[in-house]
Design a protein around this ligand. Structure first.
Ligand code: NDP
Length: 248
């Protein structure tokens, strides 16, 4: 259903948080190339605008602020119609030795990776339930399936996403709304720029080098798009994607 005055588009709106770099940016490019209007949300507005995607609305949003997400979604829906897919992707990885990590880093991961995901879901879930269609894609990690050294709180936040994803999937199935949880392994993005613990960073990079490096964010984006474009009554519940040589 399109509201009057809405720009005429053949494909529905997709919305993405953490769209200013890495997997979020790659996913925005992928869906845009397929003809979808896109809502890009992150704090670095200039980075999203520089992508120069057609039929795109870029909004400076901090996912810790529920109102900012809600306003961005409302503005995009006014222009492009209802959100058919929301990718709750924004996240930070402050990997560190838990015994010496400042608790402020715990707070940051918990606020962005867990509450931020819930704030993002909240902005579109009632509309999807009312329309009885839609797809929620939640970004977890392979660290949401098993624990890794120096990933203590990060793993906690990603296990949270898995648990919420399972529960939401069951709840929303009655409304024909799909819930897909994405769990990548080592992907080449800017995520590691947030690691301040030098020893942890060195160990991570050593493991990454041993596996021949990470894989490109564009591969994650393509897989998400492939899963999304299945018929609405078919659901890929989870994607777990790692470099072949990761092996853990
Ligand atoms: P990047 O650092 O490249 O991207 C992270 C994105 O999240 C950026 O666009 C950043 O934008 C955004 N972001 C961070 N904090 C906030 C905030 N408070 N409000 C809004 N946006 C925010 O890393 P990735 O692409 O790798 O990360 C994307 C997701 O993928 C994360 O959830 C991460 O945990 C997950 N992941 C990544 C893996 C990897 O190996 N790279 C593996 C498994 C999961 P800005 O700073 O402009 O706000």
């Amino acid at each position: 259903m399109r509201r009057e005055g809405v720009e005429s588009m053949s494909k529905p709106l997709v919305a993405i948080t953490g769209a200013s770099s890495g997997i979020g940016a790659a996913t925005a490019r992928e869906f845009s190339a397929a003809g979808h209007p896109v809502l890009l949300m992150a704090r670095r507005l200039d980075r999203m605008q520089a992508m120069n995607l057609p039929d795109a609305l870029c909004c400076a949003v901090d996912v810790r602020d529920r109102d900012q997400i809600r306003q961005a979604v409302a503005a995009a829906e006014d222009r492009f119609g209802p959100t058919d897919m929301m990718f709750a992707n924004a996240g930070v990885g402050r990997f560190a030795d838990i015994g010496r990590q400042p608790p402020e880093e715990w707070d940051e991961m918990i606020d962005i990776n867990t509450k931020g995901v819930m704030n993002t879901v909240h902005a579109v879930m009632p509309g999807m339930m009312e329309r009885r269609t839609g797809t929620l894609i939640l970004m977890s990690s392979i660290a949401g399936r098993k624990v890794y050294p120096d990933h203590t709180v990060y793993c906690g936040t990603k296990f949270f996403v898995h648990a919420v994803g399972e529960s939401l999937r069951a709840y929303l199935s009655a409304y024909d709304v799909r819930v897909l949880v994405v769990s990548p392994g080592v992907i080449d993005t800017e995520l590691l720029s947030g690691v301040r613990d030098k020893e942890t960073l060195a160990a991570y990079n050593e493991g990454k080098a041993k596996m021949g490096g990470g894989i490109g964010a564009d591969i994650v984006a393509q897989l998400i798009h492939d899963a999304y474009r299945l018929p609405q009554r078919a659901l890929v519940q989870e994607i777990c994607l790692t470099p072949t040589r990761q092996g853990y």
